[in-house]
Design a protein around this ligand. Structure first.
Ligand code: NAD
Ligand code: UFG
Length: 335
């Protein structure tokens, strides 16, 4: 059966909206299902503006089985982005995270099974590797969740593996993202965090645009070249293209976990320097204590994605910074 219509849960969000562009440009029909808990419908209007194509949007919650069933009938595959993702909030409200992410995913998989839609690409996370035992991280690294958010990702991966083991007709890709940053080069869509950003890049861009006074660098006493934490930043457009590749490769591998990263790690201060160079803005910062739960270094071995999907990240750190800045500059208050 050929895949034509894609059901995108959480498609109005940051990674989802960028992925919708790639799907539309590859001529798929796109149905976005999102409760707008952490996004605005405007993101999809802008996706339509960028692509000149239309999206079917259905406002709904993945925990609502009846609504899901109505919305999904006739779809061929699912890309499942919907979920809550704030690590700190998950520590404070674990039941909310289990309810939204785990129960929601369970509900989605039930409906997929009922409707015989057995193709799925799932948003997993490098957070599952915990504190790395070795670097770069390959997919065989042990998985351990260090917070309730990570636990929900682990639980959903396990659910999908069990489903695959019970019925090999399922075609499943578990994509483990590293640190998505950047924005579409039009400057029309990008990351729009509500409140004070948890993540480094949106914090930097908000300092650059004058919304925040200075960046707090969380620790400069890690065992890294300049003492600050090292991460594998990946351009969200590269990440979005990875989803298209995964969708097209479904069935060519087992229910596999696949890293989506660049393979290269940059420190907090390297990212700050790259951003300053790309934007011409200076980013004042102070050094603070380490953030509890943070690890020193994390970067991917991206070879499996290349072997299985024929995908590798192409966009540079400079491009990530230029595009993040363009988005923030043109949309200082987000959508
Ligand atoms: P996002 O918050 O921008 O997008 C998630 C979308 O899901 C939002 O539009 C939100 O409204 C929607 N949603 C949440 N709960 C829902 C529910 N119950 N029913 C329907 N819609 C719901 O986040 P993102 O950065 O685009 O992340 C997408 C996925 O990728 C998430 O599952 C996240 O955990 C995962 N991920 C993100 C990162 C990252 O750093 N951004 C890293 C690894 C994995
Ligand atoms: N950092 C600062 N100051 C800030 C924010 C972050 O110094 O204001 C530092 C952190 O200490 C870390 C680095 O910048 O060294 C990156 O931090 P982020 O919060 O941007 O990203 P994390 O690596 O902590 O986590 C992100 C997502 C997780 C996901 C993980 C791996 O938030 O959900 O990437 O994909 F699981």
């Amino acid at each position: 059966m050929s895949i034509k219509t894609i059901f995108v849960t959480g498609g109005a969000g940051y990674i989802g909206s960028h992925t919708c562009i790639e799907l539309l440009q590859a001529n798929y029909n796109v149905i976005v299902y999102d409760n707008l808990a952490n996004s605005k419908l405007e993101s999809l209007r802008r996706v339509e503006q960028i692509t000149g194509k239309s999206i079917t949007f259905i406002k709904g919650d993945i925990r609502d089985k009846d609504a899901l069933k109505n919305a999904m009938t006739g779809c061929d595959a699912v890309i499942h982005f919907a979920g809550l993702k704030a690590v700190g909030e998950s520590v404070e409200k674990p039941l909310l995270y289990y309810d939204n992410n785990v129960l929601g995913s369970l509900c989605l998989f039930h409906v997929m099974q009922e409707l015989l839609i057995k193709n799925i690409v799932f948003s997993s996370s490098a957070t599952m590797y915990g504190d790395p035992e070795f670097l770069p991280l390959t997919e065989v690294h042990r998985c351990e969740a260090t917070n309730p958010y990570g636990e929900t990702k682990l639980a959903i991966e396990m659910m999908l593996r069990a489903l695959y083991n019970s019925d090999k007709d399922w075609q499943i890709a578990l994509l483990r993202y590293f640190n998505p940053v950047g924005a579409h080069e039009s400057g029309l869509i990008g990351e729009d965090p509500s409140g004070i950003p948890n993540n480094l890049m949106p914090f930097i861009t908000q300092v650059a645009v004058g919304k925040r006074k200075q960046l707090a660098v969380f620790g400069n006493d890690y065992q890294t070249p300049d003492g600050t934490g090292v991460r594998d930043y990946i351009h969200v457009v590269d990440l979005a293209k990875g989803h298209l590749k995964a969708l097209e490769a479904l069935g060519r591998f087992e229910c596999d976990a696949i890293n989506l990263g660049t393979g290269k790690g940059y420190s907090v201060l390297e990212l700050v320097g790259a951003f300053e160079q790309a934007s011409g803005q200076s980013i004042p910062y102070i050094i603070q204590d380490r953030r509890p739960g943070d690890i020193s270094e994390c970067y991917a071995d991206p070879r499996k994605a290349k072997d299985l999907l024929g995908w590798e990240a192409e966009l540079s750190l400079n491009k990530m910074c230029v595009d993040s800045w363009r988005w923030q500059k043109h949309n200082p208050d987000g959508y």
